[in-house]
Design a protein around this ligand. Structure first.
Ligand code: ZN
Length: 251
């Protein structure tokens, strides 16, 4: 077996046989993999195999199949996220989305870093809805989807009102809108923000502030984009959608 030291984030765990557990971990060095933990309730590993826990692991990996956690240090759980049902719902969705976006056992350190940093900022108190939108926009590339919100896809003009064309995977200016009769009219601010989200740096994030009605428009458009190009339906996302109804009661 191969011994690897890597940072890793627990995606989920599930009971296995009577007292054992299977743990899915997104590791920085070796991608996401399933690990076997014997006697999971009485193990020294118990605290570090909970979802949304990040640690520096020492792992034993086979050629294929299950790996084993040999040891860990510097474990971190996201305290603020775990104490807030809204943040927790979004964080759970991000983790499920990352899980869906890449294949097992294939390293993707940049997605790992992006997910980890996004959760860190959410834990630091940044807006969980906007962080989620940014993650959703940027992770589209992992599903093989590349969208152009910056310009008209035909003439590359900027700074004109742009409609979105699902067919052209980008925007059309008034002069070229006739090329797609099924184009969607989207609030120009939504197009502007999604374009910004595609390339936003973490430093800029603290300066982005979006009003509730604009957030709702972004949410709706992103749902349409995901329906059209990705077509996955995650339980964690359904929970967020439902939360929009009953969540108001809590707030
Ligand atoms: Zn044009």
């Amino acid at each position: 077996m191969n011994r690897v030291e890597t940072r890793g984030l627990v995606l989920y765990n599930q009971p296995y046989r009577e007292s054992d557990m299977l743990v899915k971990i997104f590791t920085e060095q070796t991608g996401k993999r399933m690990f076997f933990v014997k006697n999971a309730r009485d193990s020294k590993l118990t605290p570090v195999i909970q979802p949304l826990t990040q640690s520096d692991f020492i792992l034993k990996l086979g050629q294929e199949g299950l790996g084993f956690i040999e040891d860990y240090r510097d474990s971190r759980s996201f305290t603020q996220i775990n104490q807030d049902i809204f943040k927790l719902a979004y964080a759970t969705y991000l983790v499920a989305l990352a899980d869906a976006a890449i294949q097992d056992n294939i390293p993707d350190p940049s997605l790992f870093a992006f997910l980890s940093k996004t959760l860190e900022l959410m834990d630091d108190g940044l807006d969980e809805e906007i962080l989620t939108n940014i993650f959703e926009v940027q992770v589209l590339s992992r599903f093989g989807v590349s969208l152009n919100f910056a310009e008209c896809v035909v003439c590359h003009r900027l700074a004109v009102p742009l409609d979105f064309s699902y067919k052209y995977m980008g925007c059309l200016c008034p002069e070229h809108q006739a090329q797609d009769f099924n184009r969607a009219q989207v609030d120009p601010n939504v197009i502007y923000l999604l374009n910004r989200f595609q390339a936003v740096s973490f430093e800029e994030l603290t300066t982005i502030s979006v009003k509730p009605d604009m957030k709702a428009k972004i949410r709706q458009f992103l749902d349409q984009l995901y329906e059209e190009y990705v077509g996955i339906h995650l339980k964690a996302k359904k929970f967020i959608d439902d939360m929009a109804d009953w969540g108001q009661l809590l707030k």
